[in-house]
Design a binder for this molecule. Structure first.
Ligand SMILES: Nc1ncnc2c1ncn2[C@@H]1O[C@H](COP(=O)(O)OP(=O)(O)OP(=O)(O)O)[C@@H](O)[C@H]1O
Ligand SMILES: Nc1ncnc2c1ncn2[C@@H]1O[C@H](COP(=O)(O)OP(=O)(O)OP(=O)(O)O)[C@@H](O)[C@H]1O
Ligand SMILES: [Mg+2]
Ligand SMILES: [Mg+2]
Lengths: 253, 253
């Protein structure tokens, strides 16, 4: 069965999308990967260069129809990486799912209709713990938490952990936090170091040894609709995400 | 009547909370200000030093009870600045408000029960365009949009503008975008400059002349529960937010 990994953290701007697209691309060098954009901002779709007018069929339909349909999966946006896109419609799904039977299982059940096998399915979540993220936590067998090395970002982690525990008890016993990924680490900034130390003290081995540095080439790549490996493979950002992919592949053996 | 300003942008991590607390503190040097933390992360409450156990009565109660009650407003967290706090409960309010009559007007109506007059009421919004942010857009007479100088942040602005237009037509004709504040501007980074230029070309005069630079003292201050003016008044961050307060006060004359 595939590794289904939710990339989630309700704190905004911590690197969920950046981790989702770059980890997916790095994993796709050796494995078959599907990325699901579950955020109505559609940032994963944008950062992989999919034009706004080219997203007619996407995650909104997957949830509302409850199944994959022809043309929904954009094959090979990057070699071995396929994508289900998102756009503003997805914001409506939160409300539309309220009255649906077993609403938290919508995504999990829809993924059983995938026409082919993937080694990894990554889900880029919005900055909230609402119905969409809940669907991701129920569909996933593991959670990757990008954590920006900032004080406010660390504050919110206990809330995320409580939500995961609740989901484990009532909706998905398989779910566990597989990895905490420290992002936007700035070695000139003492606060980065303090947050990293606090996180390691709290989560121990779950914290990845690979730390993602703040690297301007990462956001430049996004403005060209490319993952960092394809934009500048020798940049600190690309090297870090490739090392993260290696570390996680070993972990998941 | 007070200036009621929503600080909103569905993109995460763009500086909504940082702008809310520091602008509120700078305005409070001359005016009476109330800050409402409308985000269940409770980051505004944390960044102003209010302990998690000290938030028993807050914005959740304001919305669910529909009125201000004794002890809900924390007076003088900073001289002339009062605060209504938020905690994890607030996440439940999104769902609880679904079946309520005139659910979008809940905050607007509750604010009519304020026991005293304020010159400014600022509302720190969560990173979404859900029911909480909608309540803020209906209660407000103006919107301040913090915009991080990054490509993905600019992408989402048209979605916000469409939402504002819809709210103006159907729920709050008074609402308009009063100011766009460029945040985390890094002069060494070409992308910052490009985003700033694009924003000025699109929004013209609405873009504040004051640009908030990336300044590590800003996040350090938050780890001590203080606004930047009280942590390091001579820092680039403090100077920028004081200049922003002056610019906006002139604008709102
Ligand atoms: N390591 C990094 N170095 C420099 N910039 C980065 C890095 N990681 C992310 N960024 C930039 O920071 C911003 C926030 O990152 P991103 O959008 O991936 O976060 P997010 O958690 O997905 O945000 P949201 O909560 O809105 O979904 C983006 O503009 C991105 O380009
Ligand atoms: N000008 C700045 N210079 C340096 N760091 C900043 C600046 N403004 C904000 N930050 C830091 O960036 C992070 C994101 O800012 P903030 O939390 O205010 O954004 P937000 O839009 O409120 O996020 P959310 O979407 O989660 O509510 C915080 O850790 C904050 O300390
Ligand atoms: Mg994102
Ligand atoms: Mg905030």
């Amino acid at each position: 069965t595939p590794h289904i990994l939710a990339i989630a953290n309700q704190k905004g701007g911590v690197g969920k999308t950046t981790t989702a697209i770059n980890l997916a691309t790095a994993l796709a060098e050796k494995k078959k990967v599907l990325l699901i954009d579950l955020d109505s901002q559609g940032n994963s779709s944008t950062a992989l260069g999919v034009d706004y007018n080219d997203r007619a069929l996407g995650t909104y339909n997957l949830l509302i129809d409850g199944a994959v349909s022809e043309g929904m999966i954009k094959q090979g946006v990057v070699p071995n990486l396929s994508l289900i896109t998102a756009d503003g419609n997805l914001a409506g799904a939160e409300l539309e799912l309220i009255d649906v039977e077993k609403r938290e299982f919508r995504l999990k059940n829809a993924l059983t209709t995938l026409p082919q096998h993937y080694d990894y399915i990554l889900i880029d979540c919005p900055p909230s713990l609402g119905m969409l993220t809940l669907n991701a936590l129920v569909a996933a067998n593991g959670l990757i938490v990008p954590l920006q090395c900032e004080f406010l970002a660390l504050e919110g982690i206990s809330h995320l952990v409580k939500t995961v525990t609740r989901v484990q008890k009532s909706l998905n016993p398989e779910l566990d936090i597989r990895a905490i990924v420290l992002t936007m680490y700035d070695k000139r900034n003492k606060l980065s170091e303090l947050v990293a130390e606090d996180t390691k003290a709290f989560f121990g081995e779950k914290v990845c040894k690979t730390v993602i540095p703040r690297n301007i080439r990462i956001s430049e790549a996004q403005s060209y609709g490319k993952p960092i490996m394809l934009y500048d493979r020798r940049s600190a950002g690309a090297v870090a995400y490739m090392s993260l992919a290696k570390e996680l592949t070993r972990r998941f053996q």
